[in-house]
Design a protein around this ligand. Structure first.
Ligand code: PEP
Ligand code: MG
Length: 889
């Protein structure tokens, strides 16, 4: 029979799948001999069994009871014992951290009797009644489903009656009265009484935590973070320790390094005379951790020692939650801490320097997504004027948007395309949709470890918290600064999450230090940590990766930038992009030409322009391969708009004018060429086979450009790529033409030309007949944009807006298949084409040049599929280098 419960002394960090992250780490700390209050973990397997069957798995409760007995024996008292109650906390803890998304219930074991016992043994009636009050409130909302606002109203009313500013000023009698009110509320709302039996409290609390896995907040968070829905949560049951027993008690959160910048040193927040939940909720403002050193030097020294133990043991930044109960330090949680992108790189480098981790470990701990984030610009503070207010820089980056004051408004405006900044006093898990919708989050209360800060950092969202100077008026939908400036909803503000400042209006942006370093190798002062981290990670990635990284570039400028970013060539030069702007006219003429003479004229005009383009690109990429793709214009992007022409003609006629003769002629031609589905129409190789002279013109331009570069002493390495091939015969015809033209150019220029000719694999038929196609192709490059389009039957141009959000919501796919390669379907075609292509032509060079070439997850797939290179937009080149390295670890 399955085993559902593990004591903290039985587990370990490698059991996170079964015990959840929190449970595994509590066990690990217990094993390390750190002071962890006793307890046990009910496994994720039990949760899954519960969610599947809707009932408690058989035998689970017996196991819980026997583990509870062990905790009771060690504590020397029983759960809820009337004269000296053992109290328990019941907390969720999934495999992946989901801060604040599931339920926690504290002080289990209190009832009308044991509250008196607790008052006596603790020596504080107020404390006992406050604990009971918290239990009834948490249990009432979480387990019994009473709306939280009822309890909030009741406590607010009592504070009004007593004319006190906050809970701390309510005395024992007030709190006892509140407990009565709460219990009545529960009865009124549910028809049930608050359970007095400690065992029943425990049992129902555990099941409520299981249930909270499927709560709306938790589901939304998982979707956002790509956490699978079927993992379930573990439940940790642990002896309560109290941080709210007076001035020699308190709770805090600490990091072994600064999670925002990665700088070494102890960082954190401490809240004297408070429970852990009060710190995270950001309800009261915390003091810096150093203050604990003053208040309680002994506990502080122990904390430092434990944190050092943890960082050395985990060989990484750890964050912990702790409580001091009457001078005694207790460790309540640890985990490898979340960090900003900047800190991730800086810490990986620092730990490698300290010899705690290897270069490969360092590389494994950073990722392409973080690198991409660091390449974004930041605010130009020299141009910003004075900030409206300062706060805590909780999650770095720069964001501009209209201030909004609740989650629903943020969602509403964002859906309409507006950029917004969510402003709150503090955030709660209910604000999650608004945080996702917003560019930035700004709060007036709470520290670096408040909900807003933790969640925003996890999402890579800009956040300034604890901006106390702001008075946030949620009802009035505005905030006021100390100098009396009023910012109403809808006003644009700029939030600097790196510096912790808020500005009125939009502030200009400056380039990122990481970007500057990637472009020209310079490291700005003040950014040395992160730049060193990025440099080190890329160095290691380049040393270990098997995949080459090329860029998709169509201009010499892009080619040069890509090269600075480390591209090892161009994997896709889209020649149709060279015909946008003024030159579009020439393409239009060429496609619509009615006579050979007209077409030849258009082609002759295009030839020198193309030659010049190719020459400059080959120069920028001298010595490296440049894959030039023959023309592949979806016709609708190149021909004049049919409706526009028709309207122009009709309005001329309506005015009684004679319509423009050219317009009429054009309309006839456009009508002739009109395609219902141009992405599947006369594109790619089809156009080359249908328009006489087109392939010859492009190949001549390439050949002449190569010859020129050779004669100028260069090392041009052009490769010619044929798009949208579905059958080997298409490729054969084009290839013969290519060879004929190159032969001619060789002869006239006196330069021997040998450009490899390859094909894109971007149609299922091409993938399925790759063995045949390889007879004619000297290389393959997967066009995964079209291959995704044609495999799924999704139109590239339409579907993302239409129904992808519904598909994502319903879990048909976790992310758009146009962003992250669909391994199961499209990936299977890739696998077939690689195997069959190489069976025909061993050593066939194979790359990918669709958008997926710069997507981290897809890069890992291409590595595993045995490709030789990925090609992506120049800005993604560093990301692809890094991920190609990580894939090879
Ligand atoms: C592709 O289809 O993946 C590709 C790279 O070609 P394009 O995006 O130009 O169609
Ligand atoms: Mg394509």
């Amino acid at each position: 029979m399955a085993r559902y419960v593990y004591d903290f002394t039985e587990g370990g960090r490698d059991m996170a799948g079964l015990l959840g992250g929190k449970g595994a780490n509590l066990a690990e700390m217990t094993r390390l001999g750190l002071p962890v209050p006793q307890g046990f973990t009910i496994t994720t397997e039990a949760c899954r069994a519960f969610l599947d069957s809707g009932g408690e798995p058989p035998g689970m409760w017996e196991e819980v009871s026997s583990h509870l007995s062990a905790v009771e024996a060690a504590a020397g008292r029983m759960l809820g014992q009337p004269d000296d109650p053992l109290l328990l906390s019941v907390r969720s803890g999934a495999r992946f951290s989901m801060p604040g998304m599931m339920e926690t219930i504290l002080d289990i074991g209190l009832n009308d009797e044991s509250v008196l016992g607790l008052a006596k043994v603790s020596g504080s009636e107020r404390f006992a009644w406050d604990s009971y009050r918290r239990l009834v409130q948490m249990f009432g909302t979480t387990v019994m489903g009473v709306d939280a606002s009822h309890f909030e109203r009741a406590i607010a009313l009592l504070k009004d009656v007593r004319a006190v500013p906050d809970d701390v000023h309510l005395d024992a009698g007030d709190l006892a009265q509140l407990v009565e009110t709460y219990k009545n509320l529960i009865h009124l709302e549910t028809g049930e009484y608050f359970p007095q039996s400690p065992a029943e409290q425990l049992r129902r609390a555990v099941l409520a935590v299981f249930q909270s896995w499927n709560g709306e907040r938790a589901r939304l968070y998982r979707r956002r973070e790509h956490i699978p829905d079927d993992l379930g949560t573990a439940v940790n049951v642990q002896r309560m320790v109290f941080g709210n027993l007076g001035p020699d008690s308190g709770s805090g959160v600490a990091f072994t390094r600064d999670p925002a910048t990665g700088r070494p040193g102890l960082y954190g927040d401490y809240l004297p005379n408070a429970q852990g939940e009060d710190v995270v909720a950001g309800i009261r403002n915390t003091v810096p951790l150093d203050e604990l050193g003053r208040l309680n030097p002994d506990a502080f020294a122990r904390l430092r020692a434990h944190m050092e133990t943890l960082e050395r043991h985990y060989r990484d930044l750890c964050d912990i939650e702790f409580t001091v109960e009457r001078g005694t330090l207790w460790m309540l949680q640890t985990r490898v801490g979340k960090r900003t992108a900047e800190a991730a790189f800086a810490i990986a480098a620092a730990l490698a320097d300290e010899g705690l981790i290897t270069a490969d470990d360092g590389l494994a701990r950073v990722n392409g997504e973080s690198l991409a984030r660091l390449m974004f610009p930041r605010f130009d503070v020299s141009a910003s004027g004075d900030p409206l207010a300062h706060g805590i820089p909780a999650s770095p980056g720069a964001a501009v948007g209209a201030a909004v004051f609740d989650s629903a408004e943020a969602v509403r405006r964002a859906a309409a395309g507006e950029k917004v900044v969510l402003v709150r006093q503090e955030t709660t898990p209910d604000d999650l949709p608004g945080m996702i919708a917003a560019q930035a989050v700004l709060t007036s209360r709470g520290g670096k470890t408040s909900h807003a800060a933790v969640v925003a950092r996890g999402m890579g969202k800009v956040c300034v918290c604890g901006a106390e100077e702001l008075s946030v008026d949620l009802g009035g939908r505005r905030f006021t600064t100390p100098d009396g400036t009023v910012v109403e909803e809808g006003t644009v503000v700029s939030v600097d999450g790196t510096a912790g400042a808020v500005y009125a209006g939009p502030v200009a942006l400056v380039d990122s230090a990481v970007m500057r370093f990637l472009e020209d190798g310079r490291a700005d002062e003040g950014a040395a940590g992160v730049v060193d981290g990025v440099a080190r990670a890329l160095r290691r990635a380049d040393a270990v990766r098997r995949l080459e990284v090329r860029a998709n570039a169509d201009t010499p400028e892009d080619a040069a930038r890509a090269r600075r970013f480390g591209a090892q060539g161009i994997g896709l030069c889209r020649t149709e992009h060279m015909f946008l702007g003024d030159r579009r006219k020439l393409v239009e003429e060429m496609i619509l030409a009615r006579t050979d003479a007209e077409r030849d004229r258009a082609l002759a005009a295009l030839l020198p322009l193309q030659r010049e383009d190719f020459t400059r690109i080959l120069e920028a990429m001298d010595g490296l391969p440049v894959t030039i793709r023959l023309l592949d214009p979806p016709l609708h992007e190149f021909l004049p708009d049919h409706t526009e022409l028709a309207v122009r003609i009709a309005s001329a006629e309506a005015r009684g004018d004679l319509p423009d003769a050219h317009d009429v002629e054009l309309l006839t031609a456009v009508n002739r060429m009109h395609e219902e589905n141009p992405m599947l129409g006369l594109r790619g190789v089809r156009l080359g086979l249908v328009v006489p002279g087109l392939v010859a013109m492009q190949v001549r331009a390439i050949g002449e450009a190569v010859a020129r570069r050779v004669l100028a002493g260069g090392d041009p390495r052009a490769e010619i790529m044929v798009p949208l091939v579905g059958d080997v015969r298409e490729l054969r015809i084009v290839r013969e033409e290519v060879q004929r033209v190159l032969g001619e150019v060789s002869e006239t220029s006196g330069v021997a030309l040998a450009c490899p000719v390859g094909t894109m694999i971007e149609l299922p038929r091409a993938a399925l007949t790759a063995g045949r196609i390889a007879e004619e192709a000297e290389f393959f490059s997967f066009g995964t944009n079209d291959l995704t389009q044609t495999t799924w039957g999704f139109s590239r141009d339409d579907v993302e807006a239409e129904f992808f959000s519904a598909y994502l919501d319903k879990g048909v796919f976790p992310s758009s298949p146009f962003e992250t390669l669909d391994r199961e379907g499209v990936g299977r075609l890739v696998g077939i084409a690689v195997a069959e292509g190489r069976a025909t032509r061993p050593g066939l060079k194979i790359g990918v040049c669709g958008e997926h070439g710069g997507d981290p997850d897809s890069v890992h797939f291409f590595h595993a599929a045995g490709l030789d290179y990925v090609s992506c937009s120049p800005f993604r080149v560093p990301v692809a280098r890094l991920e190609a390295g990580r894939a090879a670890l």
